[in-house]
Design a protein around this ligand. Structure first.
Ligand SMILES: *Cc1c(COP(=O)(O)O)cnc(C)c1O
Length: 376
């Protein structure tokens, strides 16, 4: 049997000569008054791709989330609903504006925030909800938008890992008041770091633009009107981003093909579920990930990961539940530590399988062979 000589990694981007050429061009040819050419182009193309009106490149998705909440006037005393399992950035952005993150349970099917659970947590202080596309999976955005409209809540989508995911023929990040994306190294398309903010609302977009660059007076007087941030993307990164975006169908296609291989070979092992999709929801498969059922399976998640590592297969666990982290609690909000049983079960039994662009067919078949033998 084929055995790999070095560790098969979980992630890894797809970089071609096109990316290298664009970056070279950005450094060599676009200076002084033209130094932002690739930024404009990248933002334009990103708007076309996401199907939304306004785009603003940012320093990161975390920065975009911060700008979004500030632009929506979310402030101290407000509550913002976030899924109990997500990367920390979602909840930390709520803290940046001195508001309180309320941790909501997830839907076991989508592994994303549940619309029904959202409704249970709404109080007179709730201002916004932040659905997250965990590892490219999709929350039921139609139901979430309905609940949000009914209760007058803003919606900020954390679509950091969701580029290319669609739900009912709309793109991830295009449903709410703002959508936020990440191009960090391990995401589906990358500029090494940096991110993007999108919206269909002109007024909100203009507010966001002020916040993004120190709220400068547009009259060129080098005065500022209010206190803002500095969350811009450089032209070099945008050059990389434009090349990645021109190749996005190929990039997402490869990810989906990897998921299909796992699906084909792991079906029939009924205590393993892979990323959920149906006719309404097509995931980008940024990570092919299994959730194992601890009631049936003989091996624990962490032991399984260890066994895989010994066979040169690297994996990643999911982030621990945020409601268990002391970082988000203050004296006034100690009482909010939630149990959230679905989030707990999923966080503790989730494994991201190798899903990098450069995985070979040989490596993939090796991984499914090892998995099938360990999961017997
Ligand atoms: C990666 C990620 C972020 C953060 O993105 P950065 O660009 O690193 O700030 C936020 N939320 C989720 C769900 C992510 O996966």
């Amino acid at each position: 049997m084929y055995t790999p000589e070095k560790m098969i990694l979980t992630a890894g981007p797809s970089i071609t000569q096109l990316e290298i050429d664009y970056v070279n061009d950005a450094v060599t040819n676009w200076r002084n008054s033209n130094r932002n050419w690739y930024i404009k182009k990248f933002e334009e193309k990103f708007a076309e791709y996401i199907w939304c009106a306004y785009t603003m490149s940012t320093s990161s998705c975390t920065g975009a989330l911060h700008v979004a909440l500030t632009a929506l006037w979310v402030k101290a005393g407000d509550e913002v609903l976030v899924p109990d399992i997500t990367r920390w950035a979602t909840a930390s952005a709520v803290r940046y504006v001195w508001a309180t993150p309320i941790f909501v349970d997830v839907d076991p099917k989508t592994r994303c925030i549940s619309a029904d659970e959202i409704e249970k947590h709404i109080t007179s202080r709730t201002r916004a909800v932040m659905p997250v596309y965990n590892y490219g999976n999709a929350p039921e955005m139609d139901k979430i938008m309905e609940v949000a409209r009914k209760h007058n809540l803003f919606v900020v989508e954390d679509a950091a890992p969701g580029i290319g995911t669609t739900y009912k023929w709309k793109k991830a990040g295009s449903f709410g008041d703002f959508g936020c994306f990440s191009f960090q190294w391990a995401k589906i398309m990358t500029t090494w770091e940096w991110g993007m903010l999108v919206t269909n609302n002109k007024e909100l977009f203009e507010r966001a633009q002020f916040l993004w660059d120190h709220w400068r007076n547009p009259d060129g007087s080098f005065r500022i009107l209010e206190v803002g941030y500095k969350y811009k993307m450089p032209n070099i990164a945008a050059a990389l981003g434009l090349a990645q975006l021109e190749r996005i169908d190929e990039i997402v296609g490869r990810k989906r093909a990897i998921l299909e291989v796992y699906k084909t070979w792991l079906t029939g092992i009924d205590w393993v579920t892979l990323n959920y999709q149906d006719e309404d929801c097509k995931v980008n498969a940024r990570m092919s990930s299994i959730v194992i059922d601890p009631k049936i399976i003989k091996i624990s998640r962490d032991d399984l990961r260890k066994e895989l590592k010994e066979r040169n297969i690297d994996t990643r666990p999911f982030f621990p539940q945020l409601s268990k982290s002391d970082a988000y609690f203050t004296k006034e909000h100690d009482g909010q530590k939630e149990y959230n049983p679905n989030a707990k079960l999923i966080a503790e039994n989730w494994i991201n399988l190798p899903s990098g662009h450069n995985l070979t067919q040989e490596e993939l078949l090796y991984i499914v062979d090892v998995l099938r033998s360990l999961l017997k």
